[in-house]
Design a protein around this ligand. Structure first.
Ligand code: PBG
Length: 328
């Protein structure tokens, strides 16, 4: 059968028909909202590099978490900033660290909200690298031990899901073993499995004060994060993380990597998350400010494309804005 028996436009005739046949729908259930927390009291400081994002302190983050929950969003992803950075990034596993305190506060006041924490050292090390530097390289196995300590400290504070974002080999296994050994069997791992060395993390590194220091001999993260040209390797990374005990796997960034999400969806059955990162967020913001695109429309088109590619979970700075739009 062909034209005129088939006229594809029949099913595009009205908004109602289009909705009736629509294949992909983003819902508020899909969204995770990232939040930044640092020590202190009463803080809500705008982050210069990321529009409508703030540095909170563990007390003020509660009101924000309540607002997020009220919008119907089920989960937040916490990033911490330390008071002091050092060689090992030791504030990352401090019992009274900003993230640990924020977890306790949120779980106490908004218990239904799923709390996910980024597990990494880059904001905590004085080198800005995601691990410990040894001989001009990030020491993989030593870093895994520290990451397990970080994850454990989050578990002790009451986190629901830990999300290692460092790209060391074997870190999921190290974290799973530490959690099991300490009876945190129900703390899940959402692994940043296929995380690419990307130009789109720029605004975040200003927000998390985590840009790598070139004087270490490593000016970027290319020795641990993936080369952006590699798709088969991304699937190998995901397979390994699942084998090591990841409950949810992630592809990051999302937009330039929709093919990776799609291939992962075909191959793996566990939930897949995609991170719509800071640079992707700010590109839309700036293009909208310049009058080149309509912000809400561009946002929804992008979020839908990530879902259509196969993501179950979308981590995005647009989460609140999208939730408000989806409620209407
Ligand atoms: C930490 C981490 C980064 C992001 C999330 N976790 C930065 C990086 O790897 O340099 C980026 C998030 C974003 O850009 O929104 N390793």
């Amino acid at each position: 059968m062909a034209f005129p028996d088939i006229r594809m436009r029949r099913l595009r005739k009205s908004e109602s028909i289009r909705r009736l046949v629509r294949e992909t729908t983003v819902t508020v259930d899909d969204l995770v909202y990232p939040l930044f927390v640092r020590k202190g009291k009463g803080l809500k400081e705008p982050i210069e590099s990321m529009a409508d994002c703030f540095h909170f302190s563990p007390d003020t983050i509660v009101a924000e978490a309540q607002e997020v929950a009220k919008l119907g969003i089920h989960a937040v992803l916490l990033f911490g900033l330390p008071d002091k950075k050092d060689k090992l990034g030791s504030e990352a596993w401090a019992e009274d660290g900003a993230v640990q305190t924020a977890i306790r506060q949120i779980k106490k006041n908004v218990p239904e909200l799923v709390v996910i924490t980024d597990v990494c050292l880059c904001a905590y090390t004085d080198t800005g690298h995601c691990g410990v530097i040894k001989d001009c390289s990030v020491d993989n196995d030593a870093t895994c031990e520290l990451l397990a300590k970080v994850a454990l400290s989050h578990a002790q504070a009451g986190v629901d899901i830990v999300a290692p974002s460092d790209m060391m080999d074997g870190r999921v296994k190290a974290i799973r073993e530490a959690l099991e050994a300490n009876n945190f069997k129900d703390v899940a791992i959402m692994s940043y499995s296929a995380k690419f060395a990307s130009a789109f993390y720029g605004p975040f590194r200003d927000a998390a004060e985590s840009a790598p220091d070139a004087s270490t001999g490593l000016a970027d993260r290319k020795t641990y994060q993936m080369d952006h040209a590699d798709a088969r390797q991304a699937l190998a990374e995901i397979a390994l993380d699942i084998e090591e005990g990841a409950d949810i796997v992630m592809v990051k960034p999302a937009l330039s990597y929709l093919d990776i999400i799609y291939h992962a969806r075909l191959r793996f059955d566990c939930p897949i998350a995609a991170y719509n990162v800071s640079g992707e967020y700010m590109m839309v913001h700036d293009a909208a400010s310049a009058g080149h695109v309509e912000k809400d429309a561009a946002m929804m088109e992008i979020l839908t494309s990530i879902k259509r590619a196969g993501a179950d979970i979308i981590i995005t700075y647009f989460a609140k804005q999208a939730a408000k739009k989806l409620k209407r």
